[in-house]
Design a binder for this molecule. Sequence first.
Ligand SMILES: *[C@@H]1O[C@H](CO)[C@@H](O)[C@H](O)[C@H]1NC(C)=O
Ligand SMILES: *[C@@H]1O[C@H](CO)[C@@H](O)[C@H](O)[C@H]1NC(C)=O
Ligand SMILES: *[C@@H]1O[C@H](CO)[C@@H](O)[C@H](O)[C@H]1NC(C)=O
Length: 266
Amino acid sequence: MFPVPFLPLLLLPLLLGPGSAAAAPAVTARTLAPCYSADLRPAVGSLLSAVGCTVLLTVPVQRGSGTVLWEYRAGSEEGVILSYAFPQPPSVSPLYEHRATFNESTLSLQVLLQQGDDGSFYRLRTQEETTAWFRLHVLEPLSPPRIEGSSLVKAGGNTKLVCHVLDGKADAFWWKKNGEPLLESDRIQVVRNTTLYILRVSISDSGYYTCAVRNAVSHNETSFLLKVHHSANVVLPVVLACVIIGMLAGVFVWWQRKEDSCDNCW
Ligand SMILES: *[C@@H]1O[C@H](CO)[C@@H](O)[C@H](O)[C@H]1NC(C)=O
Ligand SMILES: *[C@@H]1O[C@H](CO)[C@@H](O)[C@H](O)[C@H]1NC(C)=O
Ligand SMILES: *[C@@H]1O[C@H](CO)[C@@H](O)[C@H](O)[C@H]1NC(C)=O
């Protein structure tokens, strides 16, 4: 029906990028909800999704019958995900056994993504035609980061909080204090986005500090309660001593006045 010219056939491997599907029917894919904060819009050519999410790969309505194959390519490895020939049930390769679901009426394929799927390619092949390869980029969603630092800090000292991403890779970090964007100053500085320095800490620096992280498919955050206290071990005895000395002085003055006033008595 669509005769493929001979010359473009030789160029086909060069043309298999996104948007070059003129020579072959294109696979369209989208991420199914829920999937962290991944983009759920359908894409042609390639799709960015996340580990633990499910991707639905669809193809234009196919003519004819015979065997239908969903194939994958990962690195130098190439193979069959499943083969289907009506009226037999689809036969799924052991590699995809518990994570691929085939729809016999639409020939679409659902794949539950796992760690090693980043950079893998998929295509559908029938006796009549073969689709272009569809590429999946699979990122790890971000878990809550870990904040390292001391939660109890003396007024007047310096302190720092360091935000660590445990799973996945963050594209952006930012800090909040008590839920509001943190304002940097000469005392409060963020270095390399992950480390928050607070110099000459004061009581008003007490509060909840949140490290928020984001990548293309997810975001997450962790809060840390920072408490600032006065250097009580020094201040309290000094205050107590002043109060006691003051009281003694007061008593002494009162006693002297009383003596004086009694001198006048006589
Ligand atoms: C196959 O896809 C059609 C159309 O989207 C849908 O109505 C049907 O429920 C699907 N079948 C299965 C087994 O998922
Ligand atoms: C934050 O991480 C937890 C644990 O990994 C996850 O369950 C949660 O969905 C994440 N939050 C967001 C907003 O993605
Ligand atoms: C770090 O912060 C700078 C300035 O705010 C920003 O341009 C950059 O993208 C951030 N980098 C990361 C990894 O968050």
